[in-house]
Ligand binder design. Structure first.
Ligand SMILES: C[S@@+](CC[C@H](N)C(=O)[O-])C[C@H]1O[C@@H](n2cnc3c(N)ncnc32)[C@H](O)[C@@H]1O
Length: 280
């Protein structure tokens, strides 16, 4: 594959139609001041397709509706920053409060937890390790599902291999227990890795893997910061419509759904905020 590092200029009008098309397809919204950023991120795609300008690239995206090109585009525009034990207070609430309550008080026979923008997998694997530490895999039936729109990150998640930057927050004893060093990377324990099922799913395509929405707990963390309010509302409404009568949603700690006036109720548990659907 050829690799170009040149950035091609983009006119205001072409920026707007590409930005709107990307928004429609992914929910990700590039504000006007992000024009150069978008041009930098997509210049290689324009050149690799044999074009010299963004207008031709726009026509390909719009009228050929090429799945392959959309996958490449999503790989280029998404921000995949993540690490193990990120915003761990939320994971603690899931493990120490929500899971025991769902099984013991609500009498669920099995539960599903979905990490809906999982990037390279550190989030669902953190959950799997924490659940294992609590001894719940032997006691309860818990399914962990993980998805992302980017094919690159899901392929990396499936490999189970991680570099040092993923470990900036994980306790040393957990790292030593669940990872083995292989050259310059760390491989996660196979049993823990096998606790997670991986999917490539764009949150704007609500029909893709629609069973995921029946999850009892959804983590959709640190992704809505890139979306328009309109897209967040559409996605959160779908979560609400399809989740069970009692269910929980987590967004990143710097994100809030309050101004969007969704049907989820914001509650606080152990100094952590989460959203609850409670129609029991
Ligand atoms: C910053 S990472 C967050 C990872 C993890 N949830 C965390 O909090 O550490 C955001 C992820 O959202 C994914 N993403 C962006 N738009 C998406 C969409 N429309 N559908 C599914 N995933 C999307 C990106 O590919 C990226 O991996």
């Amino acid at each position: 594959m050829a690799f170009f590092s040149e950035s091609i200029g983009i006119s205001d009008s072409t920026f707007q139609i590409i930005r709107d098309l990307i928004h429609f397809k992914t929910g990700i919204y590039f504000e006007n001041d992000k024009k150069d950023l978008l041009a930098d991120k997509l210049s290689n795609r324009v050149l690799e397709n044999g074009f010299t300008n963004f207008t031709d690239y726009y026509f390909k995206l719009k009228y050929e509706d090429s799945d392959t090109e959309w996958k490449e585009l999503i790989n280029c525009i998404t921000v995949n920053e993540t690490y193990f034990w990120r915003e761990f207070d939320q994971i603690n609430v899931i493990v120490n409060h929500l899971i025991p309550d769902l099984f013991e008080n609500q009498k669920r026979s099995k539960i599903r937890i979905w990490s809906a923008a999982c990037s390279t997998g550190e989030e669902p694997l953190t959950l799997a390790m924490a659940i294992n530490e609590a001894g719940y895999f032997d006691k309860y039936s818990i399914q962990i599902l993980a998805s992302d729109a980017s094919t690159n990150v899901i392929n990396r998640a499936k490999s189970g291999l991680y570099k040092d930057r993923s470990f900036r927050n994980i306790p040393e004893d957990i790292k030593n227990k669940y990872f083995t060093k292989i050259d310059f990377q760390w491989k996660i324990d196979t049993e823990i890795h096998n606790k997670v099922d991986w999917f490539i799913k764009n949150l704007k395509n609500q029909n893709e893997f629609s069973f995921l929405y029946s999850s009892d707990i959804i983590l959709c963390r640190n992704v809505f910061i890139y979306f328009s309010d309109e897209a967040i509302k559409e996605i959160v409404n779908t979560f609400y419509d399809k989740m069970p009568q009692l269910a929980y949603l987590f967004v990143g700690i710097s994100e809030s759904l309050l101004k969007l006036k969704t049907r989820f109720e914001l509650i606080e548990k152990n100094n952590t905020f989460l959203y609850i659907k409670n129609e029991q």
